[in-house]
Write a protein of this length. Structure first.
Length: 747
């Protein structure tokens, strides 16, 4: 039930200048003090407002009025006017000067300030220049009041209204009246659906040119979120038609117009027309060009190389097999090498051999991986410092094609390349098209780039299929390690992963020490077994905390999907208690002690690593899709939560940013890429055939370090091994590479 309160703002308890979230005390009729919370674009003590909203009872702070909309009121008497002017709302006017102004003009003060500001210079201490400044400030505040009232008329919230005003200022009226779909392109948090709802309220027709163009671009954006660099034109027209609820035949003209405006690129591939967002096409094109430019031969003394390899084997005590030696040889001879292979095939040993080969005291070697967890593991296995690719490139702003619709800003780029002679990137299957493009821009001329990964893993969460496309092009040296080494053969995780990858059956008789199959055919029983494994059975067995044991599932929806599993697991693994604060956000409850995951790239999020006595020893920007940690504290006063990530970083989120987090007791297999857990629990019962495939199962199993526990149906497990189908990703990087390679051959 909506209620209204009227009064003047006595004082502000807390204000977040970034998003306008404010906690303040309103003095209403009969001097009643009311604590109000809400989003206010600009508000000052002394301001008289009429607020709409509802009273709530906060668990920690008691009764509050949650403001949904408000209007500023003209001060009704001299006292109210003096209080407003003396509040600090107008720069240059303090309490004493405000009193002199009101004494001079009385009840006519407000009209004079707005309509005849030059008369303020009649007051001692106010010059003509200062009078104009006061009038300008009053006018600006009046413009904002009118704008917010205009936006509220169309059901736009205070929070979103503040963003719109900040972006467009007084031009917001023409933007909303002419093309409200610009909001979806320009403002973070506004998608097509919100813009479409606003457009409907304003009266934009369903067949409006702006609406159709925006719907097409939104459909392309959704396809990018599914990993595609482009979409077949017929599929795009069909999906956009369904979204807009109009005939797909209307699309042809608008696709042509968007192409003429350079918003999209139309390309003939494989006998049909594909539609690229322009930035996707040129990213693919430039990536291919830079890869081909790197692929140059470096002269090497063969005899000297053989001696150095023999010395490395002697020093490490690890003899290299033929393919590992081949990898070192290729690394010494070429500017670009791809090293691939499954678990236990010696990729780490080979990386170490390559590092030792080049480590002569003069050669600068840089190691990196897509995630903090993968970089940490690379550091541990090589003994050399590795870092995330974002940190290697010195992220200082917002990279290309992210959720914030902003432009790339890495300090390391074509104008300021990396100071490295050899660059080794691990977990390449996780690297998407845009991150790869940014990396290549920063690789200096003459440097060697070595890309390491498992091509049989799932592709990146972001758009593109980079590793597989580079290999498929056939234009660069690729060394594939296939031999499983003796020490790896002792692990059934490794052996079974390779059997799954080859489509061979896997034993489920539980004679293994690290690969268990617990046959259950009922959802409730599967859940009970999982909880017992996490709380009781596995922590001691794998020498890990319950929070380190990860549940992986193929899907988001359904009784064994991420969303439902997290609700159940939170209830049993981190139940509510009087000592734990909670915050409800978007229909989800976050609780202190929860395991959480970042679900989108936030390149502006500040983080720090705390040392002794909680003194920051390192600071930086960027929290990325898939980063997991523990929600440490919830602060109701500042409306923030603090998350400690696994790699030691700590970040503070506003309540508004909680939409970027979700519970992570269970995560999708896709989101687990690049991670390694002491133990993995995999519930399998039923699911969509396109999800329940060999590639997904292989990725899940290879995430475990010490133990895999499959809980569910052996029939489903076997059918996943047999199902080699994968959803196609529309990406033509491999063709662009071939085109550039052929051009280079002609020169």
């Amino acid at each position: 039930m909506t209620e209204t309160v009227t009064g003047y703002i006595d004082h502000i308890i807390f204000r977040n200048e970034e998003n306008g979230y404010t906690v303040m005390v309103l003095v209403g009729k009969e001097s009643e003090e009311i604590t109000c919370v809400g989003y206010f674009p600009d508000i000052s003590p002394g301001t008289v407002i009429l607020a709409e909203g509802s009273f709530i009872n906060h668990a920690s702070y008691g009764k509050q009025f949650q403001v949904a909309a408000f209007t500023e009121q003209i001060p009704e008497d001299s006292l109210a006017m003096e209080r407003y002017l003396g509040s600090g709302a107008i720069k240059g006017i303090g309490a004493k000067l405000a009193a002199r102004i009101v004494r001079a003009f009385g009840p006519d003060t407000y009209r004079i300030v707005e309509e005849e500001p030059e008369r303020l210079s009649e007051i001692k201490g106010i010059s003509i220049k200062m009078a104009r400044s006061i009038a300008s400030q009053m006018a600006e505040k009046a413009e904002m009041r009118r704008a917010m009232m205009f936006l509220q008329k169309y059901g736009i919230s205070l929070n979103l209204g503040a963003k719109i005003y900040q972006k467009y200022g007084q031009s917001l009226y023409s933007v909303l009246q002419e093309n409200p779909y610009r909001l979806a392109e320009d403002i973070t948090g506004v998608g097509f659906r919100i813009a479409d709802e606003i457009a409907g309220r304003i009266g934009i027709q369903p067949d409006s040119e702006y609406r159709i163009r925006s719907g097409i671009l939104y459909t392309l954006q959704q396809a990018s979120g599914d990993g595609h660099m482009c979409v077949p034109k017929d599929i795009l027209a069909e999906k956009a038609g369904q979204l807009l609820m109009i005939d797909s035949g209307f699309m042809e003209k608008h696709l042509t117009d968007l192409s003429l405006d350079r918003k999209i690129i139309l390309r003939e591939e494989e006998g049909e027309t594909f539609v690229y967002p322009s930035v996707h096409y040129y990213t693919e094109l430039n990536t291919a060009r830079m890869l081909c430019a790197l692929s140059v031969r470096h002269p090497a003394d063969e005899a000297l190389r053989e001696k150095r390899i023999a010395l490395i084997e002697k020093e490490t005590g690890f003899p290299l097999d033929e393919m590992q030696k081949r990898a070192v040889q290729c690394a010494s001879e070429t500017g670009l090498l791809i090293l691939t292979g499954g678990p236990g095939t010696g990729k780490t040993t080979t990386i170490n051999a390559i590092i030792r080969y080049f480590d002569d005291g003069n050669t600068v070697i840089s190691l990196a991986a897509p995630t903090g967890r993968a970089a940490k593991r690379m550091t541990e296995t090589t003994g050399y410092e590795a870092m995330t690719i974002h940190r290697l490139l010195e992220l200082t702003g917002l990279p290309v094609e992210n959720d914030d619709k902003s432009t790339a800003r890495f300090e390391r780029n074509a104008e300021n390349p990396l100071e490295a002679d050899v660059i080794i990137i691990d977990e390449m299957s996780m690297v998407d098209a845009f991150l790869m493009h940014s990396l290549l821009l920063a690789v200096p001329a003459g440097a060697r780039l070595i890309l390491v990964g498992d091509e049989n893993q799932l592709p990146s969460v972001g758009p593109g299929n980079v590793l597989r496309d580079i290999i498929s092009s056939g234009c660069f040296p690729v060394v594939t390690l296939t031999k499983i080494f003796r020490q790896a053969m002792d692990s059934d995780i490794v052996v079974n992963a390779h059997r799954i990858n080859k489509g061979l059956p896997v034993a489920t008789d539980n004679k293994s020490r690290d690969f268990f199959f617990l046959k259950r055919y009922d959802t409730d029983r599967i859940l009970r077994v999982m909880i017992a494994l996490i709380r009781e059975k596995l922590p001691g067995y794998v020498e890990a905390q319950p929070s380190e044991i990860q549940v992986l599932t193929p899907m988001r929806k359904g009784v064994l999907g991420v969303e439902q599993l997290n609700l159940v697991l939170q209830k049993y693994l981190n139940p509510p208690s009087t000592g734990k604060k909670e915050k409800e956000s978007g229909g989800r409850v976050f609780r202190e002690g929860d395991k959480v995951m970042q679900i989108r790239n936030n390149y502006q999020m500040e983080w720090e690593i705390l040392g002794k006595y909680n003194i920051p020893v390192e600071k930086g920007l960027g929290v990325f899709n898939g980063d997991t940690g523990i929600l440490q504290t919830i602060n109701g006063v500042t409306e923030t939560v603090t998350v400690n990530f696994e790699d030691g970083r700590t970040a503070v989120y506003s309540y508004r940013q909680l939409e970027e987090l979700e519970l992570a007791y269970a995560v999708t297999i896709h989101k687990s890429q690049g991670s390694e857990y002491p133990a993995v629990i995999l519930p399998l019962l039923t699911g969509p055939r396109m999800l329940m495939n060999r590639n997904l199962l292989y990725t899940a199993v290879t995430r475990a370090k010490r133990c895999v526990a499959v809980v569910g149906s052996e029939e489903t497990f076997a059918s996943m091994i047999a199902n080699s189908q994968q959803s196609r990703r529309y990406s033509f990087l491999y063709k662009r590479i071939r085109e550039f390679a052929n051009e280079l051959k002609k020169q």
